[in-house]
Every structure is written in C-alpha cells, then in structure tokens.
Design a protein around this ligand. Structure first.
Ligand SMILES: Nc1ncnc2c1ncn2[C@@H]1O[C@H](COP(=O)(O)OP(=O)(O)OP(=O)(O)O)[C@@H](O)[C@H]1O
Ligand SMILES: [Mg+2]
Length: 230
C-alpha cells in the first residue's frame, strides 16, 4: 500500500533523513520507534507532503506522491494526526473533527461525524466545547477523529501517546484498536515503544535519520529492550 524508497529529507544544511526505505501492507500497523531527533516526524511529514524531499520515492497504491500536493495526498486516502495533536483550541470539538474532511461535501462530512461519534462517545458528549478546554488525552481522541473524518485507508499517527498518563495511553490504545478493527492501515511513530508495540504487527528502529533495524513486533521489542527504547 505504502512504499518508501531511498528517501532523503534536508532542512537547509541538516540531513534529517538518509536513504530511508520502508513499506506498509494493507491492514498492517507499522511502528517507527526512535529517540528525539531520530527523524520519525520528518518521515511522516514527508509522506503527507508537509516537508519537501530531496531524493527518493514515496508510492501510495502504486501512485508516486512526491510530485503531488499535500491536499491531493489527503484526498487519495491518507489521514494524518500530527505530533502534539494540534487541535484548534477555540473551535468546537465538532468543528475540529469536521475540518478533517474539509471540502468533501456536507453530507459526507456529517455521515463521517456520526460514524466517529458512534466509535468515540466523547465526540458527542463534548460536541460544542472548545477543543482547547479538553485534557491532552481527550484532545488526542479529537485529533484521531479529525484524521479519520475523511475516511482514509492509511492513517499516519505521529506520537499519539505524547505526554499522556498511563490511563490515557490505554484509552488511546483502545481507540487505535477500534480503527484497526474497522480496517484502517496505520503507520505510527512512538518513543513509548512498550505500549505501541502491543498495537503493531511490525516495526522499524530509527536513529540519526536512518532506519537501523526492521522486524516483527516481537523482534523489535527484543531489540528495543537491548537498545533501551522501552
Ligand atoms: N523544521 C526544521 N528545521 C530544521 N531542522 C529540523 C526541522 N524539523 C526537524 N529538524 C531536525 O531534523 C532532525 C529530525 O527531527 P524529527 O522531528 O524528524 O525527529 P523525531 O524523531 O520526530 O523527534 P521527536 O521524537 O523529538 O519528535 C532533528 O535533528 C531535528 O532537529
Ligand atoms: Mg517527532
């Protein structure tokens, strides 16, 4: 479904990704783990088109993404939940979710919203509340729902557990499982390898802008233990 080959990203003189290759098959959840600055967000942001690439290819369902805009990548079926959630604080929960399907037509937006409310009751309970008033965990649910509102087939999740207490890590894990059950393919990043590996089929370990290891969730757990990512 997603195939990244020999990808390079540079910020001015700084190389953030070097020769990165990975793939994600339909129905899989794939985890990227690595310490601060390893290049996880750069990779996610290059796939959705928020940072330009300086070499390599990104294919999504056989289509080359590098030449096409961020909006067109989203329209082709990629959802994106950014690191730090980035909800619009003064907008209501409902409007935050709906803007994930901006330009898709009111009827489709509202159908998606109803579907998401049935999965995540918080969206109905707090519908009119400004998203900035919610807790970090609640905001992560809003960010997940916003990313899913366009009914993507591939969801990019950048550090969904960032800054969350254990109870919310488990609630967000359950929310992600619900999306998995409904057939969403996921590429996620995390520094918290232990809970993230429970959700993943496979993983890659990144360091200094490169992929150092790849393997099944069990193999990555053993490697991560040895390399102190847990
Ligand atoms: N906009 C930017 N301009 C310049 N350098 C950047 C920019 N964004 C990231 N970098 C650098 O690129 C490298 C990779 O950063 P990136 O944010 O992709 O890592 P990360 O694995 O997501 O880290 P974290 O776990 O802290 O989110 C780092 O050295 C970082 O300082
Ligand atoms: Mg990051």
């Amino acid at each position: 479904m997603l195939k990244v080959d020999n990808l390079h990203v540079r910020y001015g003189g700084i190389g953030a990704l070097r020769d990165v290759s990975l793939n994600v098959a339909v129905g899989e959840t794939v985890l990227l783990i690595g310490a601060n600055g390893a290049g996880k967000s750069s990779l996610i942001n290059a796939i959705i088109g928020l940072v330009p690439t300086s070499g390599g290819t990104i294919r999504f369902n056989e289509r080359e993404l590098v030449p096409i805009s961020c909006a067109e990548r989203a329209r082709s079926g990629i959802g994106y939940s950014p690191e730090g959630r980035c909800v619009f604080p003064s907008m209501s929960v409902t409007d935050n979710v709906l803007c994930g399907a901006f330009g898709r037509g009111r009827k489709r937006q509202l159908q998606a919203l109803d579907w998401l409310k049935s999965i995540f009751p918080l969206l109905a309970d707090r519908a009119g509340q400004p998203a900035g008033q919610l807790s970090g965990g609640e905001q992560q649910i809003v960010a997940l729902a916003r990313a899913m509102c366009s009914l993507p087939t591939l969801l990019l999740l950048d550090e969904p557990f960032l800054g969350l207490a254990p109870i919310w890590i488990s609630r967000i894990s359950n929310a992600i499982r619900e999306l998995q059950r409904r057939g969403t393919t996921i590429l996620m990043t995390e520094q918290m390898a232990r809970p993230a590996l429970k959700l993943a089929n496979r993983g890659y370990i990144m360091r200094s802008g490169e992929i150092r290891r790849a393997g099944t969730a069990v193999e990555i757990r053993d490697l991560a233990l040895a390399e102190e990512y847990l």
